[in-house]
Design a protein around this ligand. Structure first.
Ligand code: IPM
Ligand code: MN
Length: 355
């Protein structure tokens, strides 16, 4: 029987509540599919930082390498200055484990309200492949004449041929192997970013030659935002840089029904990947049992797909779709008609219906 090792970083705020539901679903689906796993709970996050002063040490980062996957709830404590946990934990893991793709599906499930008028599940079903280790996120730059009226701030977006190419190649493979329409859109800003977007465009066109079966097109990032709202059905797979990907995937989360359902994977295809609900720690809802755990459940689905447990992953998605279509009143915190743990139970029940 297959067995996997999974590091669990439940984190701060509502992270532990939603992770508990994700793990409940994992337990049920593993029994149905006959695989085993060993969980290692790690207490990293804002709370531990306030207690110990440690965000994530080099040894702790290296220690993550020995797992088959990482399951992250949410990190961020209102008592910690912004940026410390984000850079010291989340980005440190993404960069340190070379998780060079941030994979973010944008899919409207049945029964879910989208703010887009007249759009249905068949209209909103695409995936963003966001570069995850470069761009503005490298944190390079400088202040010149800081705190003077002549101050200049320089922020560098670093894009390497290697980094851009491996991300674009991943997107082509994804479009070819995982999508029916096999259409890939490059999202950049070639009319302004004469270095960064230029490299992306040249690399994209070159890699495209090896994928004649994948239909390609291009959208400037501002236009892509417009089309995501007006004609989301035009998109199948979108590949873009770290910053643009960050921005358009928040828009994507909103059109698929909100942060209660949006999940993502930080993927190193040759290494250890990390899966997370993308909504954050939602401190104001902590401990109330009102937060929606479906995004965390969908993160487990993505984790299992990455481990090659496709049948289990598909079962989770079907069960989530059953719950959104037939059970929940809304995806919003406090308005689901059920508590956080009841929603987890509903998914587990739905898994069993399907079997
Ligand atoms: C995300 C988040 C992070 C990012 C923050 C918390 C650093 O917004 O996962 O999209 O910008 O990547
Ligand atoms: Mn973001």
């Amino acid at each position: 029987m297959k067995s996997y090792t999974i590091a669990v970083i439940a984190g701060d705020g509502t992270g532990p509540e939603v992770v508990a539901e994700g793990l409940k679903v994992l337990a049920a689906v593993s029994e149905l599919n006959g695989f085993k796993y060993v969980l290692t709970h790690l207490n990293y996050g804002g709370k531990r930082y306030l207690e110990t002063g440690n965000v994530l040490t080099g040894d702790e980062l290296a220690g993550l390498n020995k797992f088959d996957a990482i399951y992250l709830g949410a990190v961020g404590d209102p008592n910690v200055a912004p940026g410390i946990i984000e850079r010291g934990l989340l980005l440190k893991i993404r960069f340190g484990l070379d998780q060079y793709v941030n994979l973010r599906p944008v899919k409207l499930y049945p029964g879910v309200d989208t703010p887009l008028k007249n759009k249905k599940p068949e209209d909103i079903d695409f995936v963003v492949v966001r570069e995850n280790t470069e761009g503005f996120y490298v944190g390079e730059g400088e202040f010149i004449k800081k705190d003077t009226p002549e101050e200049t701030a320089i922020q560098i977006s670093r894009n390497t041929r290697k980094g851009v190419e491996r991300c674009i190649r991943f997107a082509f493979e994804y479009a070819r192997n995982k999508r029916q329409r096999k259409q890939l859109t490059l999202c950049a800003k070639t009319n302004v970013l004469n270095y960064a977007s230029n490299l992306w465009e040249r690399t994209f066109n070159e890699v495209a030659k090896k994928y004649p079966d994948v239909k390609t097109n291009y959208a400037h990032v501002d236009a892509a935002c417009m089309w995501m709202v007006k004609n989301p059905e035009w998109f199948d797979v979108i590949v873009t840089d770290n910053m643009f990907g960050d921005i358009i995937t928040d828009l994507g989360a909103m059109i698929q029904g909100g942060m209660g359902i949006a999940a993502g994977g930080n993927i190193n295809p040759e290494g250890v990947s990390m899966f997370e609900p993308i909504g954050g720690s939602a401190p104001k809802y902590t401990g109330q049992g009102v937060i929606n755990p479906l995004a965390a459940v969908c993160a487990v689905q993505m984790l299992l797909a990455e481990l090659g447990e496709d049948a289990a992953a598909n079962q989770i998605e079907k069960a989530v779709m059953f719950v959104t279509a037939n059970k929940l009143k809304s995806l919003a915190a406090g308005q689901m008609g059920y508590s956080t743990s009841q929603v987890g139970d509903l998914v587990v029940e739905a898994l069993k219906i399907k079997n």
